[in-house]
Design a protein around this ligand. Structure first.
Ligand code: G6P
Length: 612
C-alpha cells in the first residue's frame, strides 16, 4: 500500500528515486510524486497515474538535487488525483512528507489544527500529519526530528514516512509503525524505502526499522532512535537478492515470468531442507518450537487472499500427516472476533510480503493470548517474520506481479514439509512412507517444468473463452482450495466474475447459473473423490454447461465427457495441488492479456496491503 523511496548522497537523486518507485509500483499505482532538494529547497512534482506519467509530467523540468523522496500511491483517504498525490507540504511550507499507512485519528487532529488556524488543501490524512508536525515545530520550537517524534506520539494508526524540513535541509527523517521501511547504507549515501528493491543496485547493507523507530539520515550518518527518544542500536544486515531477480528477464510480464519461474523457486524452497536421499527434512526455523508443535492442541492458520488459500491446503496436509485439528481463518475476521486461544495452540501465519496489516494484527492478538506463532513468509526481514516466535522462509525470490503465483506454490510446499516433519516426529508416518512422500514432493519442480511446455494448450482454451462473463471453478478435497485460487486469479487480473466452490456444493446454488454460456472449470485429478467429481461433471453436462477439466495425465473417463481437458502430472496425494494450479494461473494470465488488461498492475489492487 504505497511505496516510498528516499535518497541522500552524491548521486543525482532523480533517477535513483524514479527507478526505485518503478520497483515499488506493485504497492500501489494511483498517483506518483517526487520532491527533490535543489539548493536546499524542495522542488515538487506530483500527478495522478503511474510513475511513467510522473516522468512525462516532469519532462525537462528541474531535476537537480542530491537528495529527495518519492511516492507511489494506493489511495486510502481522498480520491486519486493530482492534488491528493504525495508529497504533501505543510501549510507554512516548512515540511514536506510522503506517507504510507493510515492516520486513524486524522479527523480529530484535523479539527484541533483547524481550531488553531490551520487550513487544508487536500482530502488526505497525510496533510494532517504534515501540519501537525509543523504546528509542534513552530509552537514548541524544537528540532525537526523532535517535532516528528512528538507528532507521531499523538498519532493513532499506521505510518511509514519520510520527512524533509526546509530549515534543516541536509537531512531526511524517516519513521515507521506497521508500515515497512528499510534504510540502505551505502558509501557516503543512504537510501530509505518500503522494501530493499529500489536500492539493491547500490548496496546490500540494510537496517530494518522497527515499529515506532525514527531515523535521522544526514549526509554522513544515520541515527536511529525510538519516537520516545531512546537510542536504538540497530543491526546492519546483508541482503542477498540481486537486481536481476526483479527484472522481467525477457518475459512480457512479471506474472508470466513468475509462473515460469516455479521450477526454480520450488527448488530454492527445498534447498537445504530436503536431503539428497529424500529420507529426511531439515526445517531449522521451527526447531525451537517443535515441542509446542508436537503437543499442540490445535493449529490455527491465518492469512489473506492467496495466502489464505495456501492455508486451506495446509489444513488437508496437517490433518492428514500431523493428525492435529486445524482451523483456517481469514486474518481480518479472526482479529475482530474474541477467539478462544491459549498457550496450547499454535498459530501459523502465512504471508508472501510479511507486511499484510490484518495478518500482522492477527499475530499480535494470538501472541497476547499466549499462543506460539510461526510465520511462513517470502520477504526476508519483513514485519511478520520478525514478530513471530519462529518461521520458515519460502525463498521463492521477489514476487512483483500483483497476482500471486510462485509464492503460493512455495507456501504450499513449506506447509507440506512442515506437515510431514511434524507427522514423522509424532510417529504418524513410517520411515518408508516419509521417504516416498518427500520423493514425491521433490519431483514437483521437474513435473512443473514439463507441464509448462504445454502452455499453448491453455492459451487455446483462453482464446475460446476470453469473452465469457462468468466462470465457475469446482474441486473437491485438496483441489477445492485450488479451485478458489483459480477463480481468484481470473477475477484479479481479467475482471471476469469467477467463483470457486467445492464441487459437491454446486447443487446447493451455483447449478442454477449453469447454461451453455457458463464455462465450468473442474479440477478433476485422480484422487479419492475422483468418482464423485465425475458425477458432478455429468450434472453440469446435463445442463449444457461447458466443461474445462484439469485431469491427471492419461485420464480417459473425464476426457470423454469434457469439452476441453488440460492434463497435469498424476499424484496420489495433496502434492497434486501444486501442479494442478499451474494451468489455472496460465489461463487467467492469457485471458487477461487477450482482454487487454494490465496483468501486473490490475486496477484497484495492490500487492502489499498494509492497511486494514
Ligand atoms: C493482496 C495481494 C494478494 C495476496 C494478499 C495477501 O491482496 O494482491 O496477491 O495474496 O494481499 O498478501 P500476503 O503478502 O500477506 O501474502
Amino acid at each position: 500500500m504505497c511505496g516510498i523511496v528516499g535518497y541522500i548522497g552524491y548521486r543525482d537523486a532523480y533517477p535513483v528515486i524514479i527507478n526505485g518507485l518503478k520497483r515499488l509500483e506493485y504497492r500501489g499505482y494511483d498517483s506518483a510524486g517526487i520532491a527533490l532538494v535543489d539548493n536546499l529547497k524542495p522542488v515538487i512534482y506530483k500527478v495522478k497515474g503511474k510513475v511513467s506519467d510522473l516522468e512525462t509530467f516532469v519532462g525537462d523540468g528541474n531535476r537537480n538535487g542530491y537528495m529527495g523522496m518519492g511516492h507511489t500511491r494506493w489511495a486510502t483517504h481522498g480520491e486519486p488525483n493530482d492534488n491528493n498525490a504525495h508529497p504533501h507540504v505543510s501549510m507554512n511550507g516548512k515540511f514536506v512528507i510522503v506517507h504510507n499507512g493510515i492516520i486513524e485519528n486524522y479527523s480529530f487532529l484535523k479539527k484541533k489544527l483547524a481550531s488553531r488556524g490551520y487550513s487544508f488543501k487536500t482530502d488526505t490524512d497525510t496533510e494532517v500529519l504534515a501540519n501537525l508536525i509543523e504546528y509542534i515545530y513552530l509552537f514548541a520550537k524544537v528540532s525537526a526530528a523532535d517535532a516528528v517524534s512528538l507528532a507521531l506520539r499523538k498519532v493513532v494508526g499506521a505510518y511509514g514516512i519520510v520527512v524533509f524540513c526546509v530549515d534543516e535541509p541536509e537531512q531526511l527523517i524517516a519513521a515507521r509503525k506497521s508500515s515497512p521501511l528499510v534504510v540502505g547504507i551505502g558509501q557516503n549515501e543512504y537510501f530509505i524505502a518500503s522494501d530493499a528493491s529500489p536500492f539493491v543496485d547500490y548496496t546490500n547493507q540494510v537496517v530494518y526499522l522497527d515499529d515506532e523507530n525514527l531515523a535521522v539520515i544526514g549526509k554522513g550518518a544515520v541515527q536511529i532512535k525510538t519516537i520516545k527518544n531512546d537510542i536504538v542500536n540497530a543491526e546492519v544486515r546483508k541482503i542477498d537478492f540481486d537486481a536481476e531477480e526483479i527484472e522481467k528477464g525477457g518475459f512480457d510480464h512479471f506474472m508470466l515470468k513468475e509462473i515460469f519461474e516455479q521450477p526454480k523457486s520450488l527448488r530454492d524452497t527445498f534447498r537445504g531442507r530436503i536431503d539428497e536421499h529424500h529420507s529426511s527434512l531439515q526445517l531449522g526455523g521451527i526447531m525451537p518450537v517443535m515441542p509446542k508443535l508436537i503437543n499442540a492442541r490445535r493449529l490455527i492458520i491465518v492469512g489473506c487472499g492467496t495466502s489464505w488459500h495456501a492455508g486451506l491446503l495446509g489444513e488437508y496436509l496437517f490433518e492428514e500427516y500431523a493428525r492435529v485439528p486445524v482451523e483456517v481463518e481469514y486474518a481480518s475476521e479472526f482479529r475482530y472476533r474474541n477467539p478462544i486461544i491459549n498457550s496450547e495452540d499454535v498459530v501459523i501465519a502465512i504471508s508472501q510480503s510479511g507486511e499484510t496489516a490484518d495478518t500482522l494484527a492477527a499475530i499480535q492478538l494470538a501472541k497476547k493470548c499466549g499462543a506460539c506463532v510461526i510465520a511462513i513468509c517470502n520477504v526476508v526481514g519483513s514485519s511478520i517474520s520478525r514478530v513471530a516466535d519462529a518461521g520458515v522462509y519460502t525463498h521463492a525470490g521477489p514476487e512483483i506481479g500483483v497476482a500471486s503465483t510462485k509464492a503460493f506454490t512455495a507456501q504450499v510446499s513449506v506447509l507440506t514439509m512442515m506437515a510431514l516433519f511434524i507427522g514423522r516426529a509424532k510417529f504418524n508416518i513410517s520411515a518408508e512412507k516419509y521417504t516416498e512422500l518427500i520423493t514425491e514432493l521433490n519431483s514437483v519442480p521437474e513435473k512443473i517444468e514439463e507441464l509448462l511446455k504445454t502452455a499453448s494448450a491453455v492459451k487455446h482454451v483462453a482464446e475460446k473463452y476470453k469473452d465469457s462473463s462468468n466462470f465457475l471453478y469446482l474441486g473437491r478435497g485438496c483441489y477445492y482450495p485450488v479451485a478458489l485460487e483459480g477463480a481468484l486469479k481470473l477475477k484479479e487480473i481479467s475482471y471476469i466474475h469467477a467463483e470457486g466452490y467445492p464441487a459437491a456444493e454446486m447443487k446447493h446454488g451455483p447449478i442454477a447459473l449453469i447454461d451453455e454460456k457458463m464455462p465450468v472449470i473442474f479440477i478433476a485429478c485422480q484422487d479419492k473423490s475422483y468418482e464423485k467429481i465425475v458425477s458432478n461433471i455429468q450434472e453440469v453436462k446435463a445442463r449444457k454447461g461447458v466443461v474445462i477439466a484439469i485431469v491427471s495425465e492419461g485420464d480417459k473417463t473425464v476426457s470423454a465427457m469434457a469439452d476441453h481437458v488440460l492434463e497435469v502430472p498424476k499424484f496420489n496425494t495433496a502434492v497434486g495441488a501444486l501442479t494442478a494450479v499451474v494451468p489455472l494461473q496460465l489461463l487467467s494470465y492469457y485471458i487477461a492479456v487477450m482482454r487487454g488488461c494490465n496483468v501486473d498492475q490490475p486496477r484497484n489492487l495492490a500487492k502489499s496491503v498494509t492497511v486494514e
